[in-house]
Design a protein around this ligand. Structure first.
Ligand SMILES: [Zn+2]
Ligand SMILES: [Zn+2]
Length: 340
């Protein structure tokens, strides 16, 4: 029987990817709907994607599906066809990245989860299908101009650091599960104002808008397709971009340029930079912003300590890794980074 998960090691996967003669496209899709037999659905999605040579990360939960993938260009149509054959995914929109070499993922992971986006909320607290009003990028721009509108970025701190809509309020938290209560607190007393929410691809706004409506906000709106779709329309329809900088994305590119503005600084030398990277010292793996010259100076590490440690022997690094895995506080930090 075919194994329904990746069993090939990292180096082989990387080599395979670099030797590919065809092009890939990075895309994403999500849908909230009720999945009853989760394991069966998960296996079905794994087989479907694996057969089409798709790489990436797909989460399935009883509340729906959330996928960030890279698809061989020749198989894009087939993927759409197969997804549309699943009753609940009949009209699913597949969002395509703007800045893309398609080499955004090295393996295919399809994982069952309790939620497709960790929101930190109790399930029956409110109805997640009662979402806000969808605004097209053009309409979003127009509504931003209105006097009583408040633009809210529902993403995390490290995402807003490199790119944000002009005048947007941000909860400045590290995870989405911390962000929702903070947003509610910031907006207290503004229940009658026009609230304009946005996130990367729209999925977090589904939860955030339903949450705010449940808490008495009367005019909740959300950017349809998120910054990904906004960036497309800015390019294709020549709409003026009110979003400045880079859109953080959850694959190895870690960002797509929307405008040329660089609004953030290197965490090491403080010079303008918008390049996120994971610390090259594997046990650390901290996500941070690093300019080219600091990347050379520290060999991609986040600190002198990590730089020095990266020169240790394989066995010593393994030992550090083992110790870190035992340290719960470090694990918490890792979770922060991997969950939206
Ligand atoms: Zn620097
Ligand atoms: Zn480090």
């Amino acid at each position: 029987m075919k194994k329904l998960f990746n069993v090939i090691d990292k180096i082989t996967l990387r080599k395979k990817l670099s030797e590919e003669s065809f092009k890939r496209t990075t895309c994403s899709f999500y849908k909230y709907f009720n999945i009853k037999n989760l394991e069966l659905f998960r296996d079905h999605i794994y087989i479907l994607c694996s057969n089409l040579g798709i790489l990436g990360r797909i989460y399935v939960a009883n509340e729906g599906i959330n996928a960030q993938i890279s698809v061989p260009n020749n198989n894009l149509k087939k993927l759409k066809k197969h997804l549309h054959e699943i009753n609940e995914l009949k009209n699913i929109k597949i969002k395509i990245g703007v800045e893309d070499d398609g080499k955004s993922f090295e393996k295919l992971i399809v994982r069952t989860k309790s939620k497709i986006v960790a929101d930190g909320l109790r399930i029956h607290n409110f109805d997640p299908t009662k979402v806000g009003k969808y605004l097209s990028p053009k309409k979003f721009n127009e509504t931003m101009e209105e006097n009583d509108s408040i633009v809210v970025d529902v993403r995390n701190h490290y995402e807003t650091e490199i790119g944000i809509f002009e005048g947007a309020i941000s909860p400045n938290k590290d995870t989405f599960r911390q962000s929702l209560p903070k947003i509610k607190k910031i907006l207290k007393g503004k229940e009658r104002k026009k609230i304009l929410l946005y996130c990367t691809g729209g999925i977090r706004c589904e939860k955030a808008s339903a949450y705010l409506k449940h808490h008495g906000f009367q005019d909740v709106n959300q950017l349809e397709g998120g910054i990904i779709e906004y960036a497309h329309q800015v390019k294709q329809k020549k709409i003026q971009s009110k979003f400045k900088g880079k859109n953080f994305v959850f694959d190895k590119r870690l960002g797509e340029k929307v405008t040329e503005d660089i609004i953030s600084n290197c965490h090491q030398c403080n010079k303008p930079s918008n390049s996120h990277t994971d610390c090259a010292f594997e046990p650390c793996h901290k996500l941070f912003i690093q300019c080219k010259s600091c990347s050379m100076k520290y060999s991609g590490c986040c600190s002198i300590k990590c730089y020095e440690s990266s020169k240790l022997s394989k066995e010593e690094i393994y030992e550090i890794k083992r110790q870190i895995n035992n340290d719960k506080s470090v694990i918490q930090n890792k979770i922060k980074k991997t969950i939206f």
